[in-house]
Ligand binder design. Structure first.
Ligand code: PMP
Length: 334
């Protein structure tokens, strides 16, 4: 990554691939995390946001002074807001009011116009995604980013995240594990890596409350329970997920995801968001299923800082019936 990058846009991607030492040792596999929290907007969604804007610019939908409208759980909005500032667009974000206060506050700091709305299912016309589509249609000069069904999302990962992983691993990769929100990250990387190495296992990770685990394992879109993780899981198969290879699926519950992010903090020094707990726990489960000697890649989607008042707050965790993991006593040094 030598040299000078051009503005915010030039700084998107090219993230490190981090070997998770404790979990690699535990499983006898190489467990690697793509450090997407190191993108300039702080999450994996910078890549999708950039891909979507570039596609809209290329096809003439978006031009100088235009408006970008999106329904987002937060990270796509944050990526879009940064990019809209950097490229001279207005940014209007519709977000469910259940998302973390940190993400909503950050969107406002970045200058996006933010509309918080009640969290209602996709079938409801007032669902945040559907509402954002209507607002875009009614706003002159606006484009709807439409991250769930706009294939520029997964194309961005096919063109950048996948090739970076392939090169960083020098082609030595046995499994790709990721949760899906829009499906852009999972599908873009899965399609790229599978093309290079057909024997690679693509594993969909899913939280409770999402229908995708059941869909991947039995073909039926059905969900059970719920999750405090944000940005992942879905009740439907998006255009971005459609047609992506899925060889296996793993469902992770919140206590396990929580244990995983605190392990990452205490043992690896990595301060991560909740979806990372689902991803890394699913990577560990995949290592168990494959046995020692394999290399497994997953995504470190965003930082724990976006969830300070939730996943790292004892009172909030208690209110959700979750116990805050306790820090173990340090092991005696050499
Ligand atoms: N983790 C977090 C924290 C996210 O915000 C998102 C995006 N919704 C994802 C994971 C999933 O990414 P994708 O939309 O590419 O499936």
């Amino acid at each position: 990554m030598a040299g000078i990058t051009d503005g915010f846009t030039g700084a998107v991607g090219h993230t490190p691939l981090i070997r998770l030492r404790a979990l690699s040792e535990l499983t006898g596999c190489d467990i690697l995390g793509k450090a997407e929290f190191m993108n300039p907007g702080g999450s994996v969604k910078d890549r999708a946001a950039l891909g979507i804007l570039q596609a809209a610019e290329a096809n003439g939908q978006l031009g100088p002074g235009g408006t970008v409208v999106e329904g987002t759980a937060g990270n796509t909005g944050i990526g879009l807001a940064h990019l809209c500032n950097a490229r001279g667009y207005r940014c209007l974000i519709v977000i469910p009011e259940t998302q973390s206060a940190e993400k909503i506050a950050q969107l406002r700091i970045l200058g996006a116009e933010v509309r918080t709305v009640p969290a209602v299912p996709y079938a409801d016309p007032n669902n945040y995604v559907r509402l954002s589509g209507r607002i875009a249609a009614e706003t002159p000069g606006a484009v709807w980013a439409n991250q769930f069904d706009n294939l520029a999302n997964r194309q961005a990962h096919f063109d950048s995240t996948g090739p970076e992983i392939w090169e960083q691993c020098e082609g030595q990769v046995d499994a790709w594990v990721s949760a899906t929100g829009t499906g852009g990250t999972y599908a873009g990387v899965a399609l790229f890596l599978k093309e290079r190495r057909p024997g690679l296992r693509c594993v969909l990770a899913d939280p409770h409350g999402s229908a995708l685990y059941q869909w991947a394992t039995s073909g039926e879109l059905r969900s059970e329970g719920s999750s405090v993780t944000e940005g992942i899981g879905n009740s439907r198969v998006t255009a971005n997920l459609e047609g992506a290879p899925i060889d296996d699926a793993v469902r992770i519950d919140d206590p396990e995801a929580l244990r995983t992010i605190y392990e990452l903090l205490w043992r690896e020094g990595l301060y991560m968001g909740g979806s990372v707990g689902i991803n890394v726990a699913a990577a560990v489960e995949t290592a168990r299923r494959l046995g020692p000697g394999h290399r497994i890649v997953t995504v470190l989607c965003d930082s724990g800082d976006r969830y300070r008042s939730r996943l790292y707050d004892q009172a909030w965790l208690t209110s959700k019936g979750l116990a805050m993991p306790r820090k173990p006593a340090p092991e005696p040094g050499p």
